[in-house]
Design a protein. Structure first.
Length: 91
């Protein structure tokens, strides 16, 4: 089943869709029963995060299409902006 970014964007106005973003770093680490993926994108100073049940092949250097929304997380008492990824697909 493939998700359509246009349908997702029409349902939630806070979502942002970007095409052909280049991944400069991709880190995968265990988070209980899930794998937490963190992407750093060229031209952005914010981490893009998503959780999946399994590991992906490394996306470092690849171009991806992302659908995401901005969020904040508190780390050691500091508020940090992160992007929560809803949909990721290689372009």
């Amino acid at each position: 089943m493939q998700s359509d970014p246009k349908k997702l964007l029409s349902k939630n106005e806070k979502l942002i869709h970007s095409d052909a973003l280049k991944v400069s770093s991709h880190v995968q680490r265990d988070d209980a029963d899930w794998i937490l993926h963190t992407l750093m994108i060229e031209g952005y100073d914010v981490p893009f995060r998503f959780r999946r049940q399994g590991k992906y092949q490394s996306l470092q250097g690849a171009r991806v299409n992302l659908t995401y929304y901005p969020s904040t997380e508190s780390v050691a008492g500091l508020s940090i902006e992160v992007m929560k990824v809803v949909r990721v697909k290689r372009s």
